[in-house]
Design a protein around this ligand. Structure first.
Ligand SMILES: N[C@@H](CCC(=O)N[C@@H](CS)C(=O)NCC(=O)O)C(=O)O
Length: 249
């Protein structure tokens, strides 16, 4: 499998981290949807990051749909919680995180792609309010009931929340003051220490699959009651190219 897209895209990073947590091997091609649009188009004419080129050559897009495919591949490993209440909370947090992510990306695009004289302040204000509303809700959720410590359990919502928060802080921190979100900050700090996150650092780097040893985290198998044999998964290291990070692409 090949994951195409830059790790300065929160969606690409979400997929890279999740694939690793699920123990799925993949190669990473850090193509930019802007700077490498021509090459990207050869792989996926729609030029959307992330794109996952499956082993049979079919290209999937959209992080949520790619992760649905990954979950099917990784069975019985999963990042999705069992039980209705756990699933509901996971969906609530993941939805908020993806909304915060989408609105953060819109701010980056407005600032970096649109000429200054054409920027529309009412639009920026609207989007900024949406980002803050999403993070306010996430902060309340974490204050009310903390997510499990990342080193003990990292599930779909945990990946979405931490990759989204990290992206926002890297790209539009001035719009979302960290001091207002202590629970999110603490959760993100812990998540970013996990090997799966360290292997996919925000920026222009390339995720690389490393030796299949040292993966400290084993996702929850689907069948909790059974003794399910969990396959060994890869750990990763990334080698940043040192190129400057510009827009989320
Ligand atoms: N909902 C999509 C959003 C993906 C997305 O918007 N990716 C951006 C990069 S951060 C992209 O492909 N931008 C190029 C474009 O839309 O033309 C997902 O979850 O994958």
């Amino acid at each position: 499998m090949r994951l195409v897209g830059m790790l300065d895209s929160p969606y690409v990073r979400r997929v890279a981290v999740s694939l690793q947590l699920l123990g799925l091997h993949f190669e990473h091609e850090p193509l930019s949807v802007f700077r490498n649009a021509k090459d990207f188009r050869q792989i996926n004419p729609v030029v959307k990051a992330p794109t996952l080129v499956c082993d049979d050559g079919l290209a999937l897009m959209d992080s949520t749909l790619i992760l649905e495919y990954a979950e099917a591949l990784a069975w019985p490993l999963t990042l999705v919680p069992h039980g209705l209440a756990g699933l509901q909370r996971d969906l609530r947090l993941t939805g908020l995180a993806l909304a915060a992510c989408a609105k953060s990306v819109q701010i980056v695009s407005e600032r970096n792609l649109r000429p200054a004289e054409k920027q529309h302040e009412p639009w920026l204000n609207r989007v900024s309010a949406q980002v803050l509303a999403a993070y306010d809700a996430l902060e309340s959720e974490l204050a009310r009931a903390p997510l499990p410590l990342p080193e003990h359990a990292m599930q779909r919502a945990g990946v979405a929340v931490s990759t989204s928060w990290h992206f926002t802080q890297q790209a539009v921190a001035d719009m979302v003051p960290a001091a207002r979100y202590p629970h999110l900050v603490e959760y993100s700090v812990q998540a970013e220490r996990l090997p799966a996150f360290l292997a996919a650092p925000h920026g222009d780097g390339t995720y690389r699959t490393a030796e299949p040893h040292g993966r400290p985290y084993v996702p929850t198998p689907h069948r909790t009651g059974d003794q399910v044999q969990l396959p060994g998964g890869p750990a990763g290291t990334a080698e940043p190219t040192g190129l400057p990070t510009t827009v989320a692409d």
